[in-house]
Every structure is written in C-alpha cells, then in structure tokens.
Design a protein around this ligand. Structure first.
Ligand code: SAM
Length: 252
C-alpha cells in the first residue's frame, strides 16, 4: 500500500460510502436471496474486504502488493472470515486474467484511480468485471477537498498548486498521480460506455470541517455525526470539498 496519509481514499471509511454499500448489499440480498459476490480491486490489506466478508459477501481481493495481501490474510483470520475471502496477487491492468468478465455483483476500486497509470482504462476494466445490473463503487481523492485541507493547515503554496496543476498534484514529490473533481469522475465513468452514474457524492465531508475527536466518543454522538456526514456528502456543493469522492456506477 502507498504512504498511508489521511488524504488517500483508502485510509478512511466514511459514512456516505458505508451507507451506499450497505444498501447495495441489501438490494442484492432482496433480488437473489444471498449476499453479493464482490471483487475488490486494489483491496490492499482488507479495509473494505474484511467487513464485507463479515456481512456475508464472498470477496475476491486483487492487489499487486504481497505485503498488503499478507496483512489481509491475517486480518481475515482474526475476523473469522478467511473462508469468504480469496486473495489474488494480480494487476488491475490484467484484471481479465484473474477475474471473469460480468462476474461480480459489486466491484470496488477504492483508493486506486489516483495511483494507477491510466485511470480510464482501469475503470473500464472494473466495469467489465461487473455483472450487468451490478455496481461499481469508486472511491478516490477529491481535488477540492485536498485544497481545503491545505488551506486550513496553512500550506498555501500546496493549495495553490492543487488548483493550478492540471492533474491536481502538489508537485513532483506528490505520492498521488492525480486528484479528481466530481465532473471528471463522472466523465470517466460515462466514457467506459458500460456505466450509468447512480450516485456521485463526497465522503467524509465533516472530517474537513470538524477535525479531531468529536462527540463520536459517545455512540449516540457518532450516529448523529454519521447521519450529518452522509447528508452533507450528498449535497453537491459540500460533497465536492470532501476529502474523498465516491461514485457508484450501475453496469448497463
Ligand atoms: C491506497 S491503497 C487502497 C487500499 C484499499 N482499497 C482501501 O480502500 O483501503 C491502494 C492499493 O492499490 C494497490 N494497487 C496499486 N496499483 C495497483 C494495480 N495496478 N493493480 C492492483 N492493485 C494495485 C496497492 O498495492 C494498494 O494496496
């Protein structure tokens, strides 16, 4: 896994994405009577795969990193879900070699589009792996969320570069190859020719506005905060400045 900065899409699980995936699991359960078959590409150490397996999904995790897959195996064992997770050492650029076309009810590409060479080709590959009627969930770093982060932490030169650099990078040492705005992400999904955009929202909107420990220490406070976070993330103007952008595409 790349450097685990808080900014990377893979570093956090916000309420908006969790809710979208929960309702997708429910949708498949209602339609088929069983939990979705999930393909988690760039799934790393199992931040998403382990809880999805815990929810009853059968999850194939494809990742280039042996270290991440070893951590995944340990976490799956600790969570008692080893029998529902299949780790595969593979590259998204050769996804068809390790995952059947039209095979998954739900395909995840979380924290991936900002680190691969060709995000359009990668998203096309993810879409091709989804069954018709299935979903592709993309979570990536938001360019304007990164801008807000740099301004609020006093890093104004980086903030400026995030706006002026064509790929939304802070410079040559940036660990990410690009950051997206919502329109770019939508266009990328539509350009696959296989996806209709069902949801395009922020994720973790409150993180930027309410940093540090909040009332989430109390269970009731956390629920209230998650509720507000999901609500705000669905408002385009607020979701656009969230640290992460989430797109759920429906396979034609
Ligand atoms: C930021 S981590 C995200 C991990 C996880 N999806 C999450 O959301 O927590 C990116 C992951 O993508 C993997 N990765 C990067 N390039 C890849 C590629 N070309 N094919 C498959 N996996 C790749 C990395 O090894 C890493 O585990």
């Amino acid at each position: 896994m790349g450097s685990p900065t808080r900014e990377q899409a893979g570093a956090a699980r916000g309420a908006a994405v969790l809710r979208a995936l929960d309702s997708e699991i429910e949708r498949v359960r209602r339609a088929t009577g069983s939990a979705p078959v999930v393909l988690d590409v760039g799934g790393g150490s199992g931040t998403w795969a382990v809880p999805l397996a815990g929810a009853g999904c059968r999850v194939t995790v494809v990742d280039t990193s042996h270290d991440a897959l070893a951590t995944l195996a340990r976490r799956a064992d600790e969570a008692g879900v080893t029998d529902r997770i299949s780790p595969v050492n593979g590259d998204v650029d050769a996804l068809a070699d390790v995952a059947p076309a039209d095979g998954a009810d739900l395909v995840l590409g979380h924290g991936l589009l900002e680190v691969v060479d060709d995000p359009g080709r990668v998203l096309s590959g993810l879409a091709a792996a989804a069954a018709p009627g299935g979903a592709v969930s993309v979570l990536t770093v938001g360019r304007y969320g990164a801008f807000v982060n740099r301004v609020t932490t006093g890093r104004l030169a980086e903030a400026r570069r995030l706006l002026t650099d064509p790929a939304g990078r802070t410079g040559p040492d940036d660990s990410l190859l690009r950051r997206f705005d919502a329109q770019q992400l939508r266009e990328l999904a539509v350009a696959t020719g296989r996806l209709g955009v069902e949801t395009l929202q922020g994720d973790g909107t409150l993180e930027a506005l309410l940093p540090g420990p909040g009332p989430e220490d109390e269970q009731s406070g956390r629920e209230e905060r998650d509720e507000l976070d999901a609500l705000a993330s669905a408002v385009p103007a607020l979701g656009e400045v969230a640290p992460r952008l989430h797109l759920l595409g429906r396979r034609h």
